[in-house]
Design a binder for this molecule. Structure first.
Ligand code: SF4
Ligand code: SF4
Ligand code: SF4
Ligand code: FES
Length: 943
């Protein structure tokens, strides 16, 4: 393996369709109009020396190293800032140019520490490279004069250093922070010789606005901004391209290694989801993979009150298999089941559902997507015919109006958030529908045209009110609807939404939103050009989650915003492989490819391939599994890569269900909270240690590549395979590519997918088959997958979860940038520097009424339970609404969430809980008990 080097073309690609031909050093070059001379030269392999230019950001023209000569013109223009012109003749290597460049480099080097041999970037430094390229052999000015070589080092950021003495003030970092990340955390302070890069108001990086995305580190041509791992481990020697295992954006990285140690994750410019950008989690927070808490040996125990016993894989697998068989003999075939993981690969997920259907002989399989995006699957299937989003992420570059509803892209899907903000800075308009003032509402150079701060639980009312305005003000795209949708159903829908009870004025009593804002937002979405909707769990995790998804789909159809670039309905998926786990048949009623288990022909195809008969009855959903466990009819469960005790609602009920199981097998990296109730623990394996694929929110299937050997001995798919074989259902795959081949054979939308194709194209978006051999970036171009688009009536039905005198406030929940879901991974990284605990945001008015001050410990009570945490007074939430994150088990927001759920899919209503807040002295009893149990469990594991 060698180190992958991506070409730096110096300036961004031009999207112009007009071509220009010129001559560079005797070579004829044809490039799109608007291309820089520097890029045109690089296209034919002629690298013009450069320092301040890099192709992720616009040219700046400050270093004067890239000068060229153009025949017939005087002077020496900078090639990075000079666009190509038809017929010009450019010279890049004359004696005059060489001399100027040497002179420029001489000045740089005369103010640079001469410690190349011991520098962390030795061999990975553009300044060093350019000194060689221009042939610098001496520095005539000496090093005695005034210089910056004694300036200090900022080591406050956990992952990178800022060594000021090495800065050449090229401004690349400042521009990367502005143009790529959109945070505007850096400036050049001072003037002339005193110019320095400054985070915030001359603050340390950690306390500045910096969100540690790493774009500046990536852009820096010297060791000034450098990963700490480069100091600790050394420069990388080899690399492989792989996919981030955190969120559904699915960023591609080069995993750069030295020996078997991961030095750094470098965002891959060829990555089609991230286009060379990253966030703090994928870029830096991978330390959990080697954390000391990882459990590397299988363990068993006959009761959850006994200590764990370390055993061999063989013994653990045999024990689990014999327990599952015993339970099925005693309680029946359907008394066992399992949960697949949206963090694991497609191949692993496929195998777990195959094991349950083939070896357990039932369909009691469900996935954590149940608790996040199952309404997306249902709603989009009903309206459009496909359980997935319609666009690729590139599409946002063509959007004119972006409607974000129930999502917080800059925290939850940060790289998409940056791409969206870039488009907004270019002039697209933003509408935010969210109870909370998320960052996108107002951040540097971005301001929403409309923010609709609705009361939690009223999405259906607000989206139907938007439709009311569009229909009653004649803003429907009738041509689109007549051509592409069922006209009769549309008319019925139009009459429904036009009813006065759906007007912004009428629904204000539920939503709390000023009708003028609703009218303005509706007009903008319908008439502002390409309108794209992006939504998240703030839409789905409601008792009417599926209804809102359908209301959104209606809105896009009515305005003709489906089926081309820049528009569409885009669910922002939470976990890395939520889309994939749903695609792979993780739901109890569906085989891979969303085909109902009762369909005889589909079942027959799987039966023929797997060699076993399949149950034609849908199995239990996750909440029904817990109910059945409490009732005593469900006794055994295999949970791969999910901490259901922490992630599922109504923790008390979940723990009662888990405690009632006779055999719980947990497979995970860490002894998670669910494992407190487990009888068998099978060590999990991180994404760095296995091969496979993830499917991101764009339906993009991307390779996960093994960059190091599994620390626990086996990849997760191998462990599932051993368990299946021990259950008498042999699996004999030698490599995950064989599992993908089986998936492709059995699943029409995956028919054209293979590892060879993924290696060749980098990624493909399903459907990928005979009709679309290279995949499908945009769906429903020539017609909806289901035929005619279906308008569905979306009556607003208020949730049963109501506020009242006992619980007068509404709690809603969300994520923070630096942490991920229940925090099992990110809490085991230095990301805790940004978020060490969950806090409760409360409006000053509500706090004052209760005698609560900023930082006070408060008790949070709901009908389901209580927890306590610190209060933060914030104007991001409206009076009557409180907000928290759910990343830390010791606060466990889900203790207070109720068991209300989406009518169609049982997706829990995490986003609406009636609560009361009161001052508190400290943790509640369960929190103390929890700390005791966790400590005990960890001690037992350690023993
Ligand atoms: S790490 Fe990202 S946010 Fe922080 S200064 Fe660099 S580019 Fe800006
Ligand atoms: S920190 Fe690096 S990128 Fe930024 S101005 Fe200095 S040398 Fe250039
Ligand atoms: S945006 Fe998501 S996929 Fe990309 S690096 Fe961050 S966590 Fe990973
Ligand atoms: S690279 Fe063109 S002026 Fe610096």
């Amino acid at each position: 393996m060698s180190l992958i080097h991506e070409i730096d073309y110096g300036t961004p690609v031009s999207k112009s369709e007009k071509l220009v031909t010129l001559t560079i050093d005797g070579m004829t070059v044809t490039v799109p109009e608007g291309t820089s001379i520097m890029r045109a030269a690089m296209e034919v392999g002629n690298q013009i020396p450069k320092l301040c230019a890099t192709d992720m950001i616009e040219a700046f023209g400050s270093c004067r190293l890239c000068l060229v000569e153009i025949e017939g013109r005087g002077g020496t223009p900078a090639s990075c800032t000079t666009p190509v012109m038809d017929g010009i003749v450019v010279k890049t290597q004359t004696e005059r140019l060489k001399q100027i460049r040497r002179g420029v480099m001489e000045l740089y080097i005369s103010d640079h520490p001469l410690d190349c041999l011991t520098c962390s970037a030795n061999g990975d430094c553009e300044l060093q490279d350019m000194a060689g390229v221009v042939g610098l052999r001496e520095v005539r000015y000496g090093y005695e004069g005034e210089n910056h070589t004694k300036l200090g080092k900022d080591e406050s950021n956990p992952y990178f250093t800022y060594e000021q003495s090495k800065c050449i003030v090229c401004n690349r970092c400042v521009r990367a922070c502005e143009e790529v990340q959109g945070t505007f955390a850096l400036t050049i302070s001072g003037r002339g010789f005193g110019s320095r890069v400054s985070p915030g108001m001359d603050e340390p990086f950690l306390s500045s606005e910096c969100v540690s995305c790493g774009a500046c580190v990536q852009a820096c041509p010297t060791a000034t901004l450098n990963e700490k791992a480069m100091y600790d481990i050394g420069t990388p020697e080899h690399s492989l391209v792989t996919t981030c295992a955190y969120c559904g954006v699915g960023c591609t990285f080069k995993a750069e290694m030295r020996g078997d140690e991961l030095v750094r994750m470098v965002p891959y410019k060829d990555g089609k989801a991230n286009r060379g950008h990253s966030c703090v989690k994928g870029r830096f927070a991978y330390g959990y993979a080697t954390h000391k808490d990882r459990i590397l040996k299988p363990m068993i125990r006959s009761s959850i009150h006994e200590p764990w016993k370390e055993v061999s894989y063989e013994e653990a697998i045999q024990y689990a298999a014999s327990e599952f068989k015993r339970i099925q003999e005693k309680y029946g075939r359907r008394a066992v089941g399992g949960i697949t993981s949206s963090r694991c690969t497609n191949e692993e997920t496929y195998l777990v559902q195959k094991l349950i259907r083939g070896a357990f002989g039932n369909n009691n399989v469900d996935t954590c997507a149940r608790v996040c995006h199952s309404p997306t699957g249902y709603g989009l299937l009903q309206t459009y015919g496909t359980s997935a989003g319609t666009q690729d992420f590139d599409s946002v570059e063509e959007s004119d109006v972006i409607l974000v509803i129930g999502a917080n892209p800059t925290d939850g899907h940060p790289v998409f958030g940056s791409r969206m903000k870039k488009r907004l800075r270019q002039g697209a308009r933003l509408i935010v529908v969210d109870p909370r003032r998320i960052d996108a509402v107002r951040s540097p150079h971005v301001e929403a045209a409309f923010h609709l701060p609705l009361k939690p639980g009223t999405n259906v009312a607000i989206v139907t009110a938007l439709a009311h305005v569009i229909v009653t003000e004649g803003l429907v795209n009738e041509q689109f609807v007549r051509e592409r949708c069922d006209w009769d159903e549309f008319q019925e829908w139009a009459a429904f939404v036009a009813d006065e009870r759906h007007s912004p004025e009428a629904v204000q009593k539920y939503t709390g939103v000023d009708p003028a804002l609703v009218r303005g937002a509706a007009r903008l979405y319908a008439t502002g050009g390409n309108g794209a909707i992006y939504y998240g769990l703030g839409v789905t995790e409601h008792s009417q989650g599926s209804t809102t998804v359908m209301a959104i789909a209606n809105l896009a159809m009515a305005t003709g915003n489906v089926g081309r670039n820049g528009v569409g309905v885009n669910p922002l998926r939470g976990q890395n492989n939520v889309q994939g786990s749903c695609d792979m048949g993780s739901f109890p009623h569906e085989l891979p490819g969303y085909r109902h288990i009762s369909d005889d022909a589909t079942r027959a195809a799987f039966e023929a391939m797997w060699g076993v008969p399949l149950d034609n009855e849908p199995g239990l959903r996750i909440p029904n599994m817990f109910d059945a466990a409490v009732e005593g009819t469900y006794k055994g469960m295999y949970v791969q890569g999910e901490d259901i005790l922490q992630s599922d609602p109504d923790t008390k009920h979940v723990s009662a269900g888990l405690a009632a199981l006779e055999c719980l097998v947990v497979q995970d990296l860490f002894l998670n909270e669910t494992a407190n109730y487990a009888h068998v623990f099978l060590p999990g394996c991180s994404f760095l240690e296995k091969d496979g694929t993830f499917t991101n929110a764009e339906r993009r299937i991307q390779r996960v590549r093994k960059v190091m050997a599994p620390k626990n001995g086996y990849a997760d798919w191998e462990v599932t395979q051993m368990l299946a074989s021990a259950l008498g259902f042999p699996m004999t795959y030698q490599h995950p590519s064989e599992i993908m081949d089986e998936i492709a054979t059995l699943t029409p939308t995956f028919r054209g997918v293979s590892y060879a194709k993924l290696d060749e194209l980098g990624s493909v978006q399903w459907p990928c088959n005979e009709k679309a051999p290279e995949g499908t970036p945009i769906m429903h171009i020539d017609g909806f997958v289901r035929g005619k688009g279906k308008f569905i009536l979306t009556e607003y039905v208020p949730t049963d979860e109501r506020t009242g005198p006992r619980f007068p406030l509404l709690l809603t929940t969300g994520r923070i940038l630096s942490q991920y879901n229940v925090g099992a991974q990110t809490r085991r990284t230095a990301n805790t520097a940004w978020h060490a605990e969950d806090v409760l945001e409360i409006h000053a008015h509500d706090a004052e009424n209760r005698g609560i001050r900023d930082g006070d410990f408060v008790k949070l009570d709901s009908r389901a339970g209580s927890t306590s945490l610190k209060a933060v007074i914030s104007d991001r939430v409206s009076p009557g609404v409180v907000y928290t994150t759910f990343h830390h088990p010791v606060t466990q927001a889900n203790v207070v969430t109720t068991d209300y759920s989406d009518w169609a899919t049982n997706c829990p209503e995490y986003k609406v809980t009636a609560v009361q807040i009161s001052p508190s002295n400290g943790p509640t009893q369960w929190q103390e008990d929890y700390e005791d149990l966790s400590r005990k469990s960890r001690r037992i594991a350690a023993e």
